[in-house]
Design a protein around this ligand. Sequence first.
Ligand SMILES: O=P(O)(O)OC[C@H]1O[C@H](OP(=O)(O)OP(=O)(O)O)[C@H](O)[C@@H]1O
Ligand SMILES: O=c1cc[nH]c(=O)[nH]1
Ligand SMILES: [Mg+2]
Length: 215
Amino acid sequence: MRVQVVDHPLVAHKVSVLRDKNTPSSIFRQLTDELVTLLAYEATREVRTERVEVQTPVATTVGTAIAKPTPLVVPILRAGLGMLEGMTRLVPTAEVGFLGMARNEETLDIITYADRVPNDLTGRQVFVLDPMLATGGTLAEAIKFIFDRGAESVTCICLIAAPEGVARLEEIHGDDDRVHVVLASLDEKLNEKSYIIPGLGDAGDRLYGVTPPIA
Ligand SMILES: O=P(O)(O)OC[C@H]1O[C@H](OP(=O)(O)OP(=O)(O)O)[C@H](O)[C@@H]1O
Ligand SMILES: O=c1cc[nH]c(=O)[nH]1
Ligand SMILES: [Mg+2]
């Protein structure tokens, strides 16, 4: 498993504004969108391509196209939805599947409440979007889910991660070069409620407002 923290002043600036508790939802959504585009640029370096013939106004040349089957983008609802548009803007030919997952804030168990992901992911490169990697429970479950359907590789794009969550994924996928994690920031730690410190609070709530927990 490869973990990459994107080291760029624009990324660092935007993450700092995201963290600020006084940043309103509208700006939070806009910054999330901008950050995804910057991270996706790195995360898609190994997207499969093929050579194509291109006719310019003056000559014929060989160009590059994203190969089929096209990448599949999977935002983890809710918070991952805030990252979808930034990703599809960069890879407009990607297909999109949806996974609804929520962590029970008491037990930290993961509830999968929606599955709109193709049943057969054989040979697919999958990009999972979720702004927060805290204990790693959600992403561990999502990665397993996607590999169980036959995907070739899983690249997770997250804004902020805790070392504890990265360590959990390393424990499961340490030797697995099919897994790649791209981050804007690797933070300090988790607090006693498994929130990321310093983090940015609850990403879903900051994007969309407070929602009651799923029973
Ligand atoms: O690494 P973990 O400890 O599993 O925590 C991270 C998960 O928590 C948040 O989702 P949440 O459960 O709050 O759902 P939401 O997006 O609907 O708010 C976040 O978007 C991740 O999916
Ligand atoms: O800090 C955290 C941890 C989990 N989920 C969030 O949205 N934020
Ligand atoms: Mg949440």
